[in-house]
Design a protein around this ligand. Structure first.
Ligand code: ASP
Ligand code: MG
Length: 422
């Protein structure tokens, strides 16, 4: 059965890294669809073009564009034979032309529209080089423009996928290539509207593209190749002695993402879960190491404690001015106010005439929120708090995690404990 492999920016960050993927691809037992994102930090660099071009700073925008173009030419020259480079040159030139069109076509366009036309080029360039490299290495690769596959609405920078049309296009365009023995290389992160404008699916959205393809082909599994050995039970940048999770359910991963773990793009899980397709997180630096298997497990899985620590939290104590109770009516209005200021409530606890809410400290959203709230409530604000969530906790670990910290608030169920720490 076909497998989908997704390679992120880090896995092709340099020509050396790209070459090192060859044995991984060669040793696949099944037909492959390969989803690739832009290499290294290309997406951030393309964003710089957008920010400058939209301010009409053409000179800066051109300088950024030139740097990106040069970097791609250097990369392609290094990883490809002269013959393969010559074959791939017109395609790269075509995308650079597309980039300049997008930079010129800003009159009357929204920032988000310009963003997608410019930023989407990164994946088109990286996949062009990658496909040429794999062909050059003797693999029967076909490059596929994801904009002819992934159909979306025109909600630029956060486009919603039309699953019906996308599913049809996958069956019509990708399935026959697989049948003919080809390896398909396509872009993550991008799609297109029915008017052929490029759209993007949100930063880090290539995982989601991989999941859509895997779910709709359907594939036997999706493998996401990362620079870590799998999912860890805590962020190694925050904690020592983290452990790898060999096996985990879709449900548990969704819970971790909900509490703020930056594991996998959150939209990735649903299509895979619904189609019953397992997700593997594997390490491109150590392909022999079994990574993490995420699936709908039949038997109960014993988990280590799963720890999520969110920094820079703001705690708001909201008290009614006229001593009126906090009831369901007020709470639902409060939720609406938070929602309209695009602030997700990470934790909430209410008492008779007050409610405590914990949110991410996003200064340009919190200040207007407080302004709105202060019409009806007294608001006390505490910045620089931490929100610690532990699933499958035990007392020993909790003592260790909260040592030398002041516990401001605790909420606890049988599986999950959340604490605000100072
Ligand atoms: N290249 C895009 C980004 O960096 C998409 C992705 O990496 O998944 O956000
Ligand atoms: Mg990327």
């Amino acid at each position: 059965m076909t497998q989908v492999y997704k390679f992120g920016g880090a896995s092709i960050a340099s020509p050396g890294r790209m070459r090192a993927l060859l044995p991984i691809i060669r040793s696949a037992q099944d037909p492959l669809v390969i989803v690739v994102s832009a290499y290294g930090k290309t997406t951030n660099a393309l964003e710089e073009i957008v920010w400058t071009v939209i301010k009409n700073d053409r000179q800066a925008a051109m300088a950024y564009a030139q740097k990106i173009e040069q970097a791609h030419w250097d990369y392609a020259r290094e990883v490809l034979s002269p013959e393969a480079f010559a074959l791939c040159e017109p395609a790269l030139n075509g995308f650079f032309t597309e980039l300049h069109w997008a930079m010129d076509d800003i009159e009357g366009r929204s920032l988000d529209f310009v963003y997608d036309q410019v930023v989407g080029i990164g994946e088109l360039l990286s996949t062009t080089i990658f496909a040429a490299f794999l062909n050059d290495s003797g693999l029967p690769v076909v490059w596929q423009d994801a904009r002819d596959i992934i159909r979306t609405d025109d909600c630029y920078r956060d486009a919603r996928v039309d699953e019906l049309i996308t599913g049809q296009q996958i069956k019509e365009k990708i399935a026959p290539l697989i049948k003919a023995g080809k390896i398909v290389v396509t872009q993550g992160f991008i799609g297109s509207t029915d008017y052929n404008a490029t759209t993007t699916l949100g930063r880090e959205g290539s995982d989601y593209s991989g999941a859509l393809l895997a779910a709709m082909l359907p594939a036997g599994s999706l493998s996401i190749w990362k620079d870590v050995e799998g999912l860890m039970n805590a962020d190694p940048r925050q904690f020592k002695n983290v452990q790898k999770i060999p096996e985990i359910t879709f449900h548990e991963v969704i819970e971790m993402a909900f509490y703020g773990a930056q594991v996998i793009h959150p939209k990735t899980i649903k299509p895979l879960h619904n189609a019953g397709i397992p997700l593997k997180v594997k390490c491109f630096l150590k392909p022999e190491v079994p990574g993490t298997l995420i699936h709908q497990a039949e038997a109960e899985i014993p988990y280590p404690p799963l720890i999520v620590l969110k920094e820079e939290q703001t705690l708001l104590q909201i008290t009614s001015r006229d001593f009126s109770f906090i009831n369901e009516g007020n709470l639902s209005r409060l939720y609406q106010v938070f929602n309209s200021h695009q602030l997700k409530i990470n934790m909430i606890q209410n008492a008779a005439i007050s409610v405590v809410v914990v949110v991410n400290n996003i200064p340009n959203r919190i200040s207007p929120l407080i302004e709105t709230l202060e019409k009806d409530y007294k608001v006390l604000r505490n910045d620089h708090q931490q929100l610690l969530t532990v699933r499958h906790y035990n007392d020993g670990l909790l003592n260790q995690l909260t040592k030398d910290k002041k516990i401001i608030l605790t909420q606890k169920t049988r599986q999950t404990i959340q604490m605000v720490l100072e």
